[in-house]
Design a protein around this ligand. Structure first.
Ligand SMILES: [Zn+2]
Length: 45
């Protein structure tokens, strides 16, 4: 599961153990969940 920071837009791919998720860049706690299917670029036929 990939997360995206709501403040700086940075990606967080590794989650620390314990449940607390913070952005490594700005220490923001509000993150959005990104699905793998959304994160990938899909070429239209
Ligand atoms: Zn951030």
């Amino acid at each position: 599961m990939t997360y995206r920071c709501a403040k700086c837009g940075g990606r967080i791919e590794t989650l620390p153990e314990g449940g607390l998720i913070r952005c490594p860049s700005c220490a923001n706690k509000i993150l959005y969940k990104l699905r793998d299917s959304v994160a990938k670029d899909i070429k239209a036929r």
